[in-house]
Design a protein around this ligand. Sequence first.
Ligand SMILES: Nc1ncnc2c1ncn2[C@@H]1O[C@H](COP(=O)(O)OP(=O)(O)OP(=O)(O)O)[C@@H](O)[C@H]1O
Ligand SMILES: [Mg+2]
Length: 259
Amino acid sequence: MVEKNISNQNLRKIAIVSGKGGIGKTTLAINLGYLFNKKFNQDTVLVDGNLTTPHISTNLGMYNYNSTLNHILKDKAKPEEAVFEHPLGIKVLPASLETEDLKNVDIMRLPSKLNELKSNVLIDSAPGLGREGVAAISSADDILFVTQPFSNAVIDIYRAKKVAEKLNKNILGIVVNAKKDLKHELTNNEIEQLTEVPVIITIPYDVEIEKSLTAKLPLEAFNSRTKTNKNLNSLASKITGFELEEKGFFNKLKNFFRR
Ligand SMILES: Nc1ncnc2c1ncn2[C@@H]1O[C@H](COP(=O)(O)OP(=O)(O)OP(=O)(O)O)[C@@H](O)[C@H]1O
Ligand SMILES: [Mg+2]
């Protein structure tokens, strides 16, 4: 599976951030959470940092848990007590689905609480630059921006980037999601010029993504043979620093003659 490690082994916290909502953050978080844990052997807790409209657990078909991020933020549970393992091996720290549990929660305690976890952390952020968005950025070492190729979403990335820079965060780059390769979409070049942030991968618009979410599975477990899944793997590889092994006889032959 994994060929060699070219990254350093320190624990990292990565926040998946967008200015605009509905852009694909949670979808990306679930897919990366799965790939990091299961394919790249990186012990990673997927944190639902979207307390007001949480979607991680419902998208994974997980509904029953006694402890949540809300409990942690209210000192009613310790961080590791609220980490649940999904049957596929994704480690999840869910937010409560009960609106009652929003009472007396101070999201600005997120950074110090997540520091107590002894794993890598991947935070699915709420959209925008409200308290939840800023708390997710503040909690992370690295910021991964997600946009779709339209001006409003891209302008919001520029604004989020300014906040991340002010907080001295490392910016990994932009994921351009749900691209249809239509003329009216912004090009990656235009997105880079507008935001002054590099585009690190493009994920196509793909109905298989919608189907995989309905099946409550990451794309790797639902239909691994799509170009979209290849791009998601390539993104996970870039972030973790692990190279993917090329499968198949001819790839093995190519690697053999490279020696
Ligand atoms: N590459 C894609 N191709 C097709 N559909 C996609 C793709 N990415 C996301 N979607 C669809 O877009 C919808 C919104 O995605 P998602 O919930 O991940 O966005 P979000 O940024 O987390 O939203 P919010 O800001 O509300 O938390 C999902 O229902 C999903 O089916
Ligand atoms: Mg979301």
